[in-house]
Every structure is written in C-alpha cells, then in structure tokens.
Design a binder for this molecule. Sequence first.
Ligand SMILES: Nc1ncnc2c1ncn2[C@@H]1O[C@H](COP(=O)(O)OP(=O)(O)OP(=O)(O)O)[C@@H](O)[C@H]1O
Length: 245
Amino acid sequence: MSIEKVIEIDHISVSYPEKKTTFMNLRKDKGGDYQALRDISFDVHKGEVLGIIGRNGSGKSTLLKILSGLIEPDEGSVRLHQQTPVLLSLGAGFDPELSGIDNIYLNGLFLGQSKKKIDEKLEEILDYADIGNFVYKPVRTYSSGMKARLAFSTAITLDPDILLIDEILGVGDQQFKEKSKETILEKIRQDRTVILVTHSAGLVKEICERVVWIHKGEQKAVGSTKDVLPQYNEFMKAEKAKKQQ
Ligand SMILES: Nc1ncnc2c1ncn2[C@@H]1O[C@H](COP(=O)(O)OP(=O)(O)OP(=O)(O)O)[C@@H](O)[C@H]1O
C-alpha cells in the first residue's frame, strides 16, 4: 500500500441547524444547533480501502457528504489531492419518476461525464446492473436491491479515482454482493481508492485495510482494521448487553 495521501481531513466539525430525528442522546451546542461531527482528523491513502464504522446516527453519512463536497464543514478543512470523490449511496441522485436509463444519464451528467461518454458506456452499465427490462420503468418501481445494482454499476463504470460507498454493498442479493465486492477489489488493484461506510463488521474485516470509528460524532479510533475492529466489536457487544438489561 502506498502512503501517498489523496485526502487530508483536518479537525472538521459540522452542525445542522436542527436535528432531523428525535434521539434520546441529543448533542447540542450552546446555540442549539445539532453537532453531527466534532473535531475529526484523518488521512486517506492512495489505493487503500478505508472503512468508516459506527452505530446508527454516529455521523458516517455526514462525513461522506463532506468528502464528496455536498456539504461544507463549519470548522476545519478537507484537502483533496485528486479529483473530487464520487459518492455512491442508495438512490442518491435518482429521480424516482424517471426510468433507469434516464437516471443513468442524469447521474452520469451529475458526475461530470459527457453525454457521449455515457452513450459509450451505456451497454456496459446495463450489462453490469443486469436488471432486464426494468431499465425502461420508473425507478420508484424498483426494489432496493435493483436500485443498488443500478447505482453501483453507473458509478463504477464511470471509473472515478476515489469512490465513496454508503451502505450500498449491504443491499441486494448474495450474487450481486459478491460481484460488487470483486469489482471493488479489482479497482483497488488498479490503485483506485475506496471509502466504505458499512454496518457489516465482516465486510470491513474482509476488504478494509484501515478503519475510522465514529461514535456520537466523535472520532473514537483510527487505525489498522486488526487493531480497531476488535475494539468496536467489543463496544457493540457491551452496548447490546446494556440494552438487554
Ligand atoms: N440534514 C440533516 N439535518 C439535521 N440532522 C441531520 C441531517 N442529516 C443527519 N442528521 C443527524 O445527524 C446525525 C448523524 O447522521 P448521519 O446520517 O451522518 O449518521 P450515520 O452514522 O450515517 O447513521 P446511519 O448509520 O443510521 O445511516 C444523526 O443524528 C442525524 O439524525
């Protein structure tokens, strides 16, 4: 693994004007904003698979939104040394009323590709997604597995240097999960960088070299998977036991 840095995240914090959902453990600053991330710092290395783990609501998706430029941090900085990473999350950027094909164009153009490039890649995207005649139907009629297939195949075929994947590999049938995992491993062999948000400790163990563990918006640990994952698993086990008491 190279230690060339492709992203440097330096002490970032993010607040939302108010919290989206009601949780027992509200974290508010003095002004009443909801602080989703606090003082996060880590680097991403070229060609690595970096896992972002943490229980529900810990701030993982917010972190990916920052990395893809969808939102900006209130404090701290994100330095990108390659093109802006492409965010791949379930149905992000899909218009439910449009067909699968129209959504491929919509997403491709949104990701900065020309219509000509998407025309050239269309067959490959459709082959990979393998959802048959559903590509002509509105996306609102798709199962979550079909949406995941289409989103994954569109983004992966357009071949970004850095790919951000939000939970998408947990969705869909076993065969597609295996196929998408293989494709990611292939991208890594080509020195692409992958940042993966997942609840699956098994997947992290299998494909991530390093892990960032976020808990309640704070960085609990950053390090090699073999060091951080056991701590996380222990923590989750203890949390579960507490709930059962
Ligand atoms: N647009 C928003 N406005 C207000 N609060 C938000 C917004 N988006 C997320 N939040 C809140 O910020 C916190 C972090 O959310 P985020 O989606 O980043 O967590 P997560 O770790 O990805 O969660 P999950 O694993 O459940 O997807 C949550 O408590 C969430 O309710």
